[in-house]
Write a protein that binds this ligand. Structure first.
Ligand SMILES: [Zn+2]
Length: 125
């Protein structure tokens, strides 16, 4: 079941990362960013655009399985700004509007030949 829950695609991750432009928590940009689940997997969080943010190693390690707002308060980070950005970014990225600048991986095409007009054929008898 776990594998089926990893529904953040590499393309979505790229978008999430570029939307945040750095560590979602402290804003660091000069460091490798890791995928961090806002709501930890251990408490039911999932790898989705609304729950995964880029985090620097230091934030990721520090946050670990903490509840995000508690952790941010403890770290004196701006949790309100974070939650606002999170909801805006999640909404933006959930929008399926095609972005011509991003090359989507090939979408498996439906087998068109199977779609027929059977229902429209009128009339025997
Ligand atoms: Zn950070």
């Amino acid at each position: 079941m776990l594998a089926a829950d990893n529904d953040l695609t590499p393309v979505q991750w790229e978008r999430v990362r570029s939307a945040w432009g750095g560590c979602a928590y402290c804003g660091a940009t000069d460091t490798p960013l890791q995928r961090d689940c806002v709501q930890p997997i251990s408490v039911g969080g999932r790898y989705t655009v609304g729950n995964v943010v880029p985090a620097c190693r230091s934030c990721n390690t520090s946050k670990c399985n903490s509840e995000v707002t508690m952790w941010m308060r403890r770290k004196k980070l701006d949790e309100r700004l974070f939650l606002e950005r999170l909801s805006v970014i999640a909404r933006t990225l959930a929008d399926p509007a095609p972005d011509p600048t991003v090359a989507e991986p090939a979408i498996t095409e439906p087998d068109v030949s199977d779609i027929d007009t059977e229902g429209c054929v009128s009339g025997t008898t």
